[in-house]
Design a protein around this ligand. Sequence first.
Ligand SMILES: C[S@@+](CC[C@H](N)C(=O)[O-])C[C@H]1O[C@@H](n2cnc3c(N)ncnc32)[C@H](O)[C@@H]1O
Length: 284
Amino acid sequence: MILPTRIGLTRRGKLFLLVADRAILPHQFLKRMFVTWNWRLVRSSSQYYDLKIGRYTIKLHPEYFHIIFGEWGEWKKYHLPPFALKGATVLDIGAGCGETALFYFFHGVERVICVEPNPDLASIISENLGSNKWNAEVHARSFDTEMLNLDFDFMKMDCEGCETQLLSADTLPACVMEVHDRHVLHALMNKFGLRVANSKAGGKNARSNDFERRQFRMYYLGWRFTRAREKFRETKGLRRLYYAIILVILELHPDFVNVYRARWGRVWEAYYFPDKTDGKWHSK
Ligand SMILES: C[S@@+](CC[C@H](N)C(=O)[O-])C[C@H]1O[C@@H](n2cnc3c(N)ncnc32)[C@H](O)[C@@H]1O
């Protein structure tokens, strides 16, 4: 079990628990404990954690430890298709350190194709593949729609906004994905029949401390971005040029847009499972 290393009180007198150097609220800890009661942190440093889940041990960057620790329960709800994955090949877009590959191996898949453009993370995935003897391969580059021609049965996509590229695809495979933009979501729903399983928002209680102020600012900029894009579509001539310049200025801050969309904006858990014919799911 992964136990808290400290118990403390926030400035407002709320109880918090420190788990792997991050503060979480007691009810969040309890929720995670039910899902992760048999996990073990076998080694931890400021740079990496080695986490043991069942027969697998995975090396994780701390950020990704908190992703797997915080999201495994949600993955069970939203990242599994309604058909058995035993023997299947999964295309994992936004593979991180291999934590979602582990999730799918845990659920019986035969092979995972990991796509992760961050070279440091891609090399951690390679280490994890080697040490766990997973049948997997790593593509250390960004997603592009050519990858939809690879041989796989099911796709998971969580890539901080790269799902936008699916709009230029002709067909969508059986998949689950996080969508980070309302317009992209609606376009994918209209074009392919993508459906929403859940939606969540960040950015509550803005302005109470530095962290929350920054979050508030992200919200504000994100709102500006959405407004500017709407205006850009509606207007013509010089006004259109004005909004185009604003959009370019905002887009020049890729961190802002990614962080805003991925962390502080609304995120939709969506899925697409094509019709069953001949008793089989057809993904292509
Ligand atoms: C939130 S993490 C995913 C964590 C976890 N594997 C999951 O699926 O929930 C998003 C990952 O997407 C990766 N990513 C960002 N842009 C991408 C792109 N254009 N193509 C593929 N992956 C991308 C990031 O480097 C990051 O590791």
